[in-house]
Design a protein around this ligand. Structure first.
Ligand SMILES: NC(=O)c1ccc[n+]([C@@H]2O[C@H](COP(=O)([O-])OP(=O)(O)OC[C@H]3O[C@@H](n4cnc5c(N)ncnc54)[C@H](OP(=O)(O)O)[C@@H]3O)[C@@H](O)[C@H]2O)c1
Length: 290
C-alpha cells in the first residue's frame, strides 16, 4: 500500500507562532500607547458555524491582548441599526478593527454594510478601497484568508515566482483576492470556477493548487501534478458514521497526499491562518493610529 509522502503545511503551528509574536508586540506597545488594540466583531443571527468562528476570534483576541468590542444582534435587526453601530465604531478611538461576520441573514445587504466600514478599520480587507489597493499593489489591509495562504507558503519557503498557480474558486472573499496576491508574487495564475471546462487538465498543470470551492473532496490525487503544493481552503461540515460533525476540505487528503509535495490539513491549515491574519491586521491598524 502506498503511504503519504506529502509534507504538512502546518497552519496551526504557524498561527500560534504569529500570535505569540503579536502578543509580545502588544505587551511592549500598550504602555506607550495607553490602550490595547481593539477589534469589534459584529454577528447577526444564530448561525452555529458563525457563532463558533466568532467565539474563536474573540478567544484569540483575549490570548494576545486585543480588546473585544463585539456585538451580537438578533436575526431581525434592521440595516439602519447595523449602519448606526458601524458609524459609532468608525468613530470610536478604542477600536482599530471592525469585522462583520458573514453570511448575514437574507434581508440584510452585506455589500452595503461592508462599504460602511471605514477602510482604515476594515481588517477583513473586503472594502472596495482595500480591494482596489490590492489590485494596484498598494499598501492596505489585505483579506485574511488569502493573506493567510500567502504567509503559509512564505513560511515554508515555497517559491511562487514563475510558478503555475491554479486557484479553484473566484469568490470575492477568497478566490479573487488570492489570485491577485499570487500575481503580485509573480506567479502565472489561472482561476477556475463552476463554469470552467476540463478542470482536471487545469489542476494537473498546477505547481501550486489552491482549492477554495466548498465541495467536499472535489480535488483527488489523480487531478494533481506529482510534487504539487496543495493548499485546501475549503471547510465542509459532514456527519460521520457515528453521527458526529466533522470538518473536511475540498481536497481528498488521502489520495492527494500521495502525490503532492506539500499539503495543508483540514482542520489545522488555513482556518487558523485566517485568525492569525485578522489579529495581525488589527495590530497593523492600531500601529497607524499613533
Ligand atoms: N479556512 C478559512 O478560514 C476559510 C475562509 C473562507 C472560506 N472558507 C471555505 O472556503 C470555501 C470557499 O469559500 P467561498 O466563500 O469562496 O465560497 P463561495 O463564495 O461559495 O465560492 C465558491 C467558488 O467555487 C466555485 N465552484 C463551485 N463549484 C465548483 C466546481 N465544481 N469546480 C470549480 N469551481 C467551483 C464557484 O464558482 P462560481 O463563481 O462559478 O459560482 C465559486 O467561485 C468554503 O468551503 C468555505 O467554507 C474557508
Amino acid at each position: 500500500m502506498e503511504t503519504q509522502t506529502a509534507k504538512i503545511l502546518d497552519g496551526k503551528a504557524l498561527s500560534a507562532k504569529i500570535q505569540q509574536s503579536l502578543s509580545a508586540q502588544i505587551q511592549e506597545l500598550q504602555p506607550k500607547f495607553g490602550r490595547p488594540p481593539g477589534l469589534a466583531v459584529l454577528m447577526v443571527g444564530d448561525n452555529p458555524a458563525s457563532a463558533a468562528y466568532v467565539r474563536g476570534k474573540e478567544r484569540a483576541c483575549e490570548k494576545v491582548g486585543i480588546a473585544s468590542f463585539g456585538k451580537h444582534f438578533p436575526t431581525q435587526t434592521s440595516l439602519a441599526e447595523l449602519e448606526d453601530t458601524i458609524a459609532a465604531l468608525n468613530n470610536d478611538p478604542q477600536v482599530d478593527g471592525i469585522l462583520v461576520q458573514l453570511p448575514l441573514p437574507e434581508h440584510l445587504d452585506s455589500v452595503k454594510l461592508l462599504n460602511q466600514i471605514a477602510p482604515e478599520k476594515d481588517v477583513d480587507g473586503l472594502h472596495p478601497v482595500n480591494m482596489g489597493r490590492l489590485v494596484r499593489s498598494e499598501e492596505g489591509l489585505r483579506s485574511c484568508t488569502p493573506a493567510g495562504v500567502m504567509r503559509l507558503l512564505e513560511e515554508y519557503q515555497i517559491p511562487v515566482q514563475g510558478k503555475q498557480a491554479v486557484v479553484l474558486g473566484r469568490s470575492i472573499l477568497v478566490g479573487k483576492p488570492l489570485a491577485l496576491m499570487l500575481l503580485e508574487a509573480n506567479a502565472t495564475v489561472t482561476v477556475a470556477h463552476s463554469r470552467s471546462h476540463e478542470i482536471k487538465s487545469i489542476t494537473q498543470s498546477a505547481d501550486i493548487l489552491i482549492a477554495a470551492v466548498g465541495r467536499n473532496g472535489l480535488v483527488t490525487g489523480e487531478m494533481l501534478k506529482p510534487g504539487a503544493i496543495v493548499v485546501d481552503v475549503g471547510i465542509n461540515r459532514v456527519v460521520d458514521a457515528s453521527g458526529k460533525d466533522r470538518l473536511i476540505g475540498d481536497v481528498h487528503f488521502e489520495s492527494a497526499s500521495k502525490v503532492a509535495e506539500y499539503i495543508t490539513p483540514v482542520p489545522g491549515g488555513i482556518g487558523p491562518m485566517t485568525v492569525a491574519m485578522l489579529l495581525q491586521n488589527t495590530v497593523k491598524s492600531y500601529l497607524t493610529r499613533f
